[in-house]
Design a protein around this ligand. Structure first.
Ligand code: S3P
Length: 450
């Protein structure tokens, strides 16, 4: 199992782009596969999570042509042949790997089919709650067995069902749950609607619009009429702002730095990280060059001495995946940063409250843990430590960033997991450690990682 060995940097001057957005790549594979024709998807994220979803669509009868690959990882440009909403029974159980998004969205897709299917995942995914989707899907008439050792957990066995539309009030702010219900609603006769307690990422709604499937958003309620067949279209996935976040924090916390992240998704339901880093003192400019559909642009950031901040309750769903690296920024800032109302972190790939708190403490930061978050007293010099990712990609990458500011060497153990969302992270880390600054230095490897 590979390690990252990280020491402090004194300089960060770079321009590069990060791989495609994970949330959008899952959705592009699913909607492309449901569409009525051939869709070209560019800048697909060739990560284990998204490749598993693509393989799921293949197993459900969709032909996939690979146009270009990131060797050793997976397809970047591809063509998917849609099945006009008529999926075929899979020959074997479908592997969702580490991906909560993959499993929950696919469960919504499969809930209203005429065949039985099974979804399974790795140990982490098999311990994450699936009741949040099986409950609303059962209300629609789905029959889903949770076969896991832990009650309410995967594997999922999904039986044939005819779905009826519902109105569902989501108890938690989760784009995965919203999307599972909307995908199931595409197979129900009539209007399915879902009300979220707070705004969550709206990629499903935006991508459905790209495929000419109409949805209606009124306040926090989104509705869809079943029976619409997505019209095939081509889709270019922007860079993932959640992957960019690691480098944005590194640049923000290093006075004198300058970083330009190119062609990244700037969907307003994902950009709270930019507001938070600006509030903490970083200087930032966004240059939007596509504003329709999914906004895309460049982010230029200049580092400064950061100060602590309070993360607002309304911001939490918008930056849920960035909290581990925001916590690292907080440890590097003067003053206290307060993160609350983030209980959802406990049911991510790891319990991210515990893994962040324990790892920050191991590097010398003062942190108080709460059931729904943490307070971080920043300003103490971090020291190198041996850090376990616990198999969680965002923990591995967040603490690699912490290592760039620590005295001595930081070793991150168990780093293979970064491939679930950011293939090529190790390559970008090496370029930053070597103070390389040309865009070409950051081009992802063209030779196989094997
Ligand atoms: C995602 C939604 C979020 C996020 C995950 C991706 C999505 O989860 O943490 O990485 O693509 O819908 P929740 O919706 O469960 O909060």
């Amino acid at each position: 199992m590979s390690d990252f060995r990280v020491t402090a940097i004194s300089k960060l001057h770079a321009e590069f782009s990060v791989p495609g957005d994970k949330s959008m790549s899952h959705r592009a594979a699913i909607l492309g596969g449901l569409s009525n024709g051939v869709c070209t998807i560019r800048n697909f994220l060739p990560s284990e999570d998204c490749v598993n979803t693509l393989n799921a669509m293949k197993a459900l009868g969709c032909q996939v042509e690979i146009l270009e690959e990131l060797p050793g990882y997976g397809p970047v440009n591809l063509r998917i042949h849609g099945q006009s909403m008529k999926l075929s029974p899979p020959a074997a159980p479908i592997d969702c790997g580490n991906s909560g998004t993959g499993m929950r969205l696919l469960a919504g897709l499969l809930a209203g089919q005429t065949f039985t299917s099974e979804l399974f995942g790795d140990a982490s995914l098999s311990s994450r709650p699936m009741g949040r989707i099986t409950v609303p899907l059962a209300q629609m008439g789905a029959t889903i067995e949770t076969l896991g050792e832990k009650p309410g957990c995967a594997p999922l066995r999904i039986h044939p069902a005819t779905l009826a539309p519902i109105h569902y009030e989501m108890p938690m702010a989760s784009a995965q749950v919203k999307s599972a219900v909307l995908l199931a609603g595409m197979f129900a006769d009539g209007k399915t609607s879902v009300t979220q307690p707070a705004v969550t990422r709206d990629h499903t709604e935006r991508m459905l619009a790209s495929f000419r499937v109409s949805t209606r958003t009124e306040g926090n309620t989104i509705s869809i009429y079943g029976g619409q067949v997505p019209e095939s279209c081509d889709f270019t996935v922007p860079g993932d702002i959640s992957s960019a976040a690691f480098w944005l924090v590194a640049a923000a916390a290093l006075p004198g730095s300058r970083l330009l992240i190119k062609d990244v998704g700037l969907n307003p339901t994902r950009t709270a990280i930019l507001k938070v880093l600006t509030r903490m003192g970083a200087h930032m400019t966004e240059i939007v060059h596509q504003s329709e559909g999914e906004p895309i642009g460049h982010i230029e950031i200049h580092g400064a001495a950061l100060k602590g901040t309070t993360i607002l309750e309304s911001e939490v769903p918008n930056l849920i995946d960035e909290i581990p690296v925001i916590a690292v920024a907080a440890a590097l800032a003067e003053g206290t940063t307060s993160i609350r109302n983030a209980r959802e972190l406990r049911v991510k790939e790891t319990d991210r409250i515990t893994t962040v708190v324990d790892n920050l403490r191991a590097m010398g930061a003062e942190v108080q843990e709460f059931e729904d978050g943490m307070d971080i007293q920043g300003g103490a010099k971090l020291h190198g430590a041996v850090i376990d990712s616990f198999g969680d990609h965002r923990i591995a990458m967040a603490f690699a960033i912490a290592g760039l500011f620590a005295k001595g060497e930081t070793v991150i153990r168990n780093t293979e997991c970064v491939n679930t969302s950011y293939p090529g992270f190790a390559h970008h880390l090496q370029a930053v450690l070597a103070h390389r600054s040309q865009p070409a230095d950051f081009n992802l490897p063209t030779v196989s990682r094997a």
